[in-house]
Write a protein that binds this ligand. Sequence first.
Ligand code: ATP
Ligand code: MG
Length: 253
Amino acid sequence: MGKVISISNQKGGVGKTTTTCNLAAGLTKKGFHVLVIDLDAQGNLGFSVGADIDTCATIYDVLKGSTKTQFAIQKKETADIITSSILLSGIELEFTNTGREFLLKEAIGPILDNYDYILLDTPPALGILTINAFTAADTIIVPMLSDIFSLQGIAQLYETFERVKKYCNPNLTISGILLTKHNPRTHLSREIRGTAELIARDLNIKLFDSTIRSSVVVSEAQSVQQSILEYAPEHNISKDYLQFTNELLAKGI
Ligand SMILES: Nc1ncnc2c1ncn2[C@@H]1O[C@H](COP(=O)(O)OP(=O)(O)OP(=O)(O)O)[C@@H](O)[C@H]1O
Ligand SMILES: [Mg+2]
């Protein structure tokens, strides 16, 4: 049965989509069968992997029950994908029925056995879509920038995690925090890592040993709709994401 991983942080621009895409690429490279689901109305993930974002059925159709999950899956080089739709932005008001936290969990139930990993790219908010992701997931990975404001947001994310764990998904865990756009050479980045370790320890969350460095190659790869692993396999960022993939596998995630 596939392991479901939610890549989440309510802060925008921390590398959720980049991490989802390149972790998927790393896992695919290792021979695993991977599905990514874009739960963000912005649709960045679908664009990043070169999916059809205009005509194919989306996760919105699936959550609404108008399309079977199997029929929304597109096969791409990086991984299989279910894309998002701008209509997801209205979901908070549209889906008000009891049990709405479980829509995604129910939707992926029939395809769980078809994959080794299902990665969920979530929007920069702790609303109903992220709650659906937490309810459907086995574990959460939190990409985080190495700055002080990012650290402040973790407690809020943790609160949502605890609520979902209590009411919807008792086995949910947080695998760890992944520092992104990290420059290990600067004094500030080292200091932030230290602070992040303290905050994480307080909340009983682990900080991954791997970090992702910063480089323009990330936006270059996105603009040609490839993962960094395909676009620049020898680049530092590819090495960082491969090392992160290995760390996850070594930790049995
Ligand atoms: N390691 C990196 N080095 C340099 N730029 C990066 C890196 N990771 C991501 N970026 C850039 O930062 C921006 C935000 O990245 P990304 O879209 O992955 O974040 P996000 O958390 O998914 O954002 P959102 O909250 O809007 O969904 C993008 O323009 C991306 O190209
Ligand atoms: Mg994103």
